[in-house]
Write a new protein. Sequence first.
Length: 664
Amino acid sequence: MNDLFGRGGARKGAPAVAGAQGDGYSAKDIEVLEGLEPVRRRPGMYIGGTDENALHHLAAEVLDNAMDEAVAGHADRIEVTLEPGNWICVRDNGRGIPVDPHPKFPKLSALEVILTTLHSGGKFSGKAYDTSGGLHGVGSSVVNALAARLDVEVARDRTLFTQSYERGKPVTKLKNAGPVQNRRGTLIRFQPDPEIFGAQEFKATRLYRLCRSKAYLFRGVEIRWSCDASLIKDDTPAQAVLHFPGGLQDFLASAIEGQAAVVPAPWAGDAGFPDGAGRVEWAATWLERGDGFLNTYANTIPTPQGGTHEAGFRAALVKGLRAYGELKKEKRAAAVTAEDLFGGVAGMLSVFVREPQFQGQTKDKLTSPEAARLVEGALRDHFDHWLAGDPARADNLLAFAIERAEDRLRRRAEKDTPRKTATRKLRLPGKLSDCSRESAEGTELFLVEGDSAGGSAKQARDRETQAVLPLRGKILNVASATTEKLRQNQELKDLIEALGCGVGDRFDIAKLRYGRVVIMTDADVDGAHIAALLMTFFYKELPELVRQGRVFLAQPPLYRLQAGGVSVYAMDDADRERVLKKRFKANQKVEVSRFKGLGEMPPAALKETTMDPKKRTLLRVVLPAEDRAFTSERIEALMGRKPELRFQFIQENAASVATEALDA
């Protein structure tokens, strides 16, 4: 075995003297890498590897330097050009990299020092840039080291200077190319080295998106994108002027275009940090469907792994929403966590801070400790004012977060049950009479109360497309029941199995076995109660089915009126009187039959009035996003655990019900 020093041999006795004869390891084996050679030997240490991501990281480094000039207020235009031969050119109208001799290296220009020396640049002292994306002084030199060729032009003091490099080493001296008018700034044009990156090439689509995101992040800059048409493989434009006065709000609107949101307009704004420590800009909304996203940036650098600025953002919003819930005396708000509030968020967060600290050279995560405090402090008041400014909007957001919190707590309490394997035969409830069509398209599942109604419905149905599941009486009220009772309830277990799409974190709309779910109960008070219980179940356990318009209420008649060989159906008492006056003569003897339930209706009558798609009427159960708070409060009042809320509702509405009854 090898010893602790990584060499063969015994460990007992005195250690071997380094460089002893026969050792084969001496001072001549110690390499000292100078200049940019470490970058070429180990590019992964500086750009994370040599794959496509690393290749595009080079372009991002050069663009970031140009953006730093813009953010510092010295540039307002950047030009990015992708050329044939895997060349990319980035030009800004900033101050231009200094070209005068460097004090420490008087024989070299500052430009050459920046491009050939690691840890050199103008962003250490904070004098040249208040905030910047570069902080280690390795970006430009790393790009130069990994470029087969790099050409630079600097326009300063109405004079143009040029120089060229190959694989990190200058191949020309700094040249004074003469006077120039109406031009200033830096131009860097380079070609990645095939010895490092092989045959990989820049992707026009990826570079265009990078430019667009930078323009969104700093509304004061205009980025002019151009690309040779031969390099475009999709709908990426060959030329574009990217300028977004709305900043992150424009960015968010583009990202969520066409998607339904919980609040009508995003929460967006910007604010400065105390003592000129930087600033923050944000835009956020909450999506009705999907998991959303939160894109964060620090000094225009994407931070896909988040960091301390994201932590401050989350803390400000969660604390603010909880405080609003306390103000509304909504006790359920205390259970809301960042997971609940941010599960459906679509958000953008951009901070500009001095001397940012990142995790690794690729800067995927911001680690500056003060960023969390600064962001939370800046955003908390703005979020509180936004909530207070529109109570209806705030109530909707609070209801949205509470729904997710209750769903999370319910899932946590549930015991994990193993998923059925593909080879295992699907078990369906014994009382389910399934339809014969295998695909869900065009099929319907009718939920009926009791075996008697189930028998009539089974005879009246279209066996190819209509399935029937009888339920035993009134199902469990899921709004007031404990998780344990819900899990043990056989009727609900049968219903969930029949639907096949699962609930909670196991929900998968693609596995839904029917295109529609139709609640078909008796046309009386008890039937209305059962329908209310079933709608509560879908609202609480399977809200996505409601949002997608998959749940319906059947409209069976309560009366049948017959005279002279004519049969007419009436929905309720008021409809019965209307039909009597409209369809029958005043002195005609009319036989009026009241159905005690669906089970007493002849199958032919049930089909004709309630189940035949060509003749029936269905009511779609909807869940309007703008009424989320109202719906949540009404469900809690009428179906929740507090009887006093139901009593209060009855007292407040009893008079209107009595008036309607007298009018009828």
